[in-house]
Design a binder for this molecule. Structure first.
Ligand code: CP
Length: 313
């Protein structure tokens, strides 16, 4: 389906946003059109009170710059309020159950909760007991807000989504999983190059293959050849800080100018950030003219605002 021929309704049936597997192509388009509308209003400084009287809890289990600031600023810009709750300052850190936390948070007048750095199992358990919308701000298996925002950025830059090829180089992590689901659902080809033992989860690959063309390889050139977008992430994701074996295996999976030259001439470079120049990406690439990483980071704001307004009914 072509996003440019889609007529948006600016609503979705979903109660939560946990993973892209749960969304149809049409629902992905709804989030992207809503983000486009939010960005247009932001550019002309049009004020909004759509979240007036609403408070969103941000229950975060790890460090964050983009996700935290884009939610806090986005909620303010929509006239709402937020509670930032570091997970280790709640009773969750002392063993209180996910169930008790989810039920109790629904009793204080909150309108939604964003969970960050929970496992997918905890996230789904939380959502099953929650009376308010639950949004995944990154889990061990998925980063849906990031990839929706990235699809919005790609649509802005390339003018379309279908029949583009995205090559992801590096760890088969939550970003790779969500790219597979997001790209395949909107008819983009996706190629993932990872070292043996670090490929994306098999069930995600099989699911993605039901919707689109998904290539899993350990050959960087095979993945990047003819790509419209080259994407990477840090070698070491959350909770893997001391994994020296993983760092060693991934050290060849770097985006360099030579590698980027294998992609199409007008290819763009993307990174969800934070980035480590000289590790997964050369400074000449991320700071070069093909890089769109700052547009990508900005669009987290517009996409998060879109997600909040569509999920808080
Ligand atoms: N990409 C991303 O989630 O950034 P933060 O870790 O800074 O939130």
């Amino acid at each position: 389906m072509d996003i440019n021929k889609y007529e948006p309704k600016y609503r979705v049936k979903q109660e939560n946003l946990l993973r892209l597997t749960d969304l149809t192509a049409e629902e992905i388009f709804e989030f992207l059109y809503a983000a486009k509308a939010m960005k247009k209003k932001f550019r002309v400084r049009e004020s909004s009170n759509v979240l007036h009287g609403k408070t969103v809890a941000l229950l975060f289990g790890n460090a964050s710059t983009r996700t935290r600031v884009s939610f806090e600023m986005g909620i303010r810009q929509l006239g709402g309020d937020y509670l930032f709750l570091p997970k280790n300052e709640t009773q969750l850190a002392r063993g209180e159950s996910i169930r008790d936390t989810a039920v109790m948070l629904g009793r204080y007048g909150l309108s939604a909760v964003v969970l960050r750095a929970f496992t997918d199992e905890q996230l789904h358990e939380f959502a099953s007991y929650s009376e308010i919308p639950v949004i995944n701000g990154i889990s061990d298996q998925a980063h849906p807000l990031q990839i929706l925002s990235d699809l919005f950025t790609i649509w802005e830059v390339k003018g379309r989504l279908d029949n583009l090829k995205l090559a992801y180089i590096g760890d088969g992590n939550n970003i790779a999983n969500s790219l597979i689901m997001g790209c395949s659902k909107v008819n983009m080809d996706v190629a993932i190059a990872s070292p043996h033992g670090y490929s994306p989860a098999q069930q995600v690959v099989e699911r993605g293959m039901q919707y689109g063309d998904v290539l899993i390889t350990d050959d960087i050139a095979e993945a990047v050849m003819g790509a419209d977008i080259v994407y990477t992430d840090v070698f070491i994701s959350m909770n893997d800080e001391d994994d020296e074996e993983k760092k060693r295996k991934l050290s060849r999976y770097r985006v360099t100018p030579e590698m980027l030259a294998l992609a199409k001439e007008d290819a763009v470079f993307m990174h969800c950030m934070p980035a480590r120049r000289g590790e997964e990406v050369a400074a000449e690439v991320i700071d070069g003219k093909q890089s769109i990483v700052y547009d990508q980071a900005e669009n987290r704001l517009h996409l998060n605002k879109a997600a909040l307004t569509m999920l808080i009914k």
